[in-house]
Design a protein around this ligand. Structure first.
Ligand code: ATP
Length: 521
């Protein structure tokens, strides 16, 4: 199944049900139809509350079930690419998915079970020692949290990404540690993981809100050759917390959302051989720029939880992954995009089948084996068909344009807010430093005026200058503060409007689909 020459591979990994899910009878709603097709059985209710099942099927480059080991996954998807990194390729592996879907298990492993990091490290050192003794290896490990880079190998120090004259992006100050064997590399990785989960200074209290980037650089005679990067992405559902009431969570979430959308766009640009890669869209894509251009190989592993209670997140993960790469049909064309909203609605929507529920049993039978009574599109008169076709897409289209417009405006506003936040904090610091200097001068002035024969006129002039200077510093901060506050309020209104429109679009999409079905008895 592995094709080492394929530039992008999107694969799905289903984890097993855990003991909690089994205990509460949370059924497994995912099944594999083939080695590259996964089916999700979603429970839904009609307006009359009767239940039905909607079956969504998605096709990727590969789909792995709960029995697949990390070793099996590695051999199939990553191992063929290790050699390419020695030959100068930039190999990047992303683990994407909802919190708890198995990203860390896949990357890091658990207990005695090795993850992709260790399995790749073993092969990297085997190849280096056997065929490429002149190649030197360096490891770095950093985290991207709320648009800021933190060095996990150096006390979570804040780092800055800078683009040089040749438009290469460099992370200034990032620790790159020489590694000579698997053990040293694993020690470094463990050090980084420890810093990630226990960091205090300005750190996120929840590692599922940050992206962790492990890079192994291949150097020969001090020249960069290839690179392998493993990215444990933030929990995909974290980007949806934008309706949260507290500002910090909203900003974190908006940043996660922005980076995941930018990532999708960059991989799509690579897949479609576009001239322009929008890597400046987020910090994540900016620092990973060389993973999207030139000689690169990218593997996206979409991790999914199998249980019914995770259905919505699982569908979101599969829809996102589906949009990352358009699988070409056998005639070389792409499947049509029949649904207008690019953010919310499925591209592979034509692969949705609906089933009525026997006896309307609230505990639906979600197994795939039994024959079902399919819900098929109602036969329409030409008039009905005309009305149905002309009304629905236009309504949906208008709402989707509104959502797209608001999404762009929201992203622009978030950029302004994040810049203003930095500026406000910077100005506040500057104000404190300035005021401290002025207070020192004021103390000296007071001690002068206490001296016999001091000049009161000079004292008055000096004091006035000092108070003016203080006032100016305070005014500057207040100006920044009020503009920042104004933008925060605007962001709140926009975020509510976004959710209102998004809900309306999802509801009307559902209603329209329901209008178009009847039960086959
Ligand atoms: N393929 C698998 N086989 C067995 N257990 C798994 C598998 N994938 C995940 N698990 C188990 O599921 C739980 C959650 O997995 P994991 O911590 O890797 O999720 P995650 O996506 O990294 O979550 P977070 O975003 O919170 O870090 C763990 O207890 C892990 O042992």
């Amino acid at each position: 199944m592995a094709d080492k020459d394929q530039r992008i591979r999107v694969i799905v990994r289903k984890r097993p049900l855990n003991s909690k899910e089994t205990k509460r009878n949370d059924p497994d709603i995912l099944s594999l139809k083939s080695s590259n097709t996964i089916v999700v059985r979603e429970q839904k209710s009609k307006v009359d509350l009767s239940k039905y099942i909607e079956e969504h099927s998605f096709t990727f480059d590969g789909v792995f079930n709960e029995d697949t080991t990390n070793q099996g996954l590695y051999s199939s998807c990553i191992q063929p690419l290790v050699q390419a990194a020695f030959q100068g390729a930039k190999v990047t592996c992303f683990a994407y998915g909802q919190t708890g879907s198995g990203k860390t298990y896949t990357m890091m492993g658990e207990g005695e079970i090795p993850g992709l990091y260790l399995l790749a490290a073993q092969d990297v050192f085997y190849l280096k020692n056997t065929y490429y003794p002149r190649v030197a290896l360096y490891a770095s490990f950093y985290e991207i949290y709320c648009g800021k880079l933190h060095d996990l190998l150096n006390d979570r120090n804040i780092l800055h990404a800078r683009e040089d004259a040749k438009q290469n992006v460099n992370i200034v100050g990032l620790q790159r540690k020489a590694v000579n064997n698997v053990n040293t590399l694993m020690e470094i990785i463990n050090q980084g993981i420890h810093a990630r989960t226990t960091g205090q200074t300005g750190a996120n209290d929840d590692s599922s809100r940050s992206h962790a980037v492990l890079e192994i650089s291949f150097m020969e005679q001090k020249m960069a050759k290839g690179k392998m990067s493993f990215i444990d992405l933030a929990g995909s559902e974290r980007g949806a917390d934008v309706s949260q009431s507290d500002y910090k969570t909203r900003m974190d979430s908006a940043e996660i959302n922005k980076s995941l959308l930018a990532l999708k766009e960059c991989i799509r640009a690579l897949d479609q051989d576009k001239k322009h890669t929008p890597f400046r869209g987020s910090k994540l894509t900016q620092v990973l720029k060389d993973s999207f251009v030139g000689n690169c190989r990218t593997v996206m592993i979409a991790n999914v939880s199998p249980c019914l209670s995770s259905c919505e997140h699982t569908l979101n993960t599969l829809r996102y992954s589906d949009r990352v790469k358009e699988l070409k049909k056998s005639d070389g064309t792409s499947p049509p995009h029949s649904v207008p909203n690019p953010l919310m609605l499925p591209r592979q929507d034509s692969n949705t089948i609906r089933y009525n529920c026997e006896n309307n049993d609230p505990q639906l039978d979600l197994s795939l084996e039994k024959p079902k009574r399919a819900i098929t599109p109602k036969t329409r008169t030409p008039h009905q068909t005309k009305n149905f076709k002309s009304k629905t897409p236009r309504d949906l289209h208008k709402k989707s344009i509104d959502i797209s417009k608001i999404t762009i405006e929201h992203e622009d506003l978030i950029k302004v807010i994040l810049t203003e936040e930095d500026e406000l904090i910077g100005k506040h610091r500057k104000m404190i430093d300035g005021i401290v200097d002025i207070i020192k001068d004021e103390m000296a002035l007071l001690s002068d005026i206490d001296r016999p024969g001091s000049n009161v006129n000079a004292y008055v002039d000096e004091l006035e200058k000092m108070l003016d200077a203080k006032e100016k510093l305070i005014r500057e901060v207040k100006g920044k503060l009020s503009s920042f506050r104004k933008h925060l309020c605007e962001e709140e209104v926009m975020s509510n409007e976004f959710y209102r429109l998004q809900k309306m679009t999802a509801e009307s999409f559902d209603e329209d689909l329901l209008k178009g079905i009847s039960v086959e008895c």
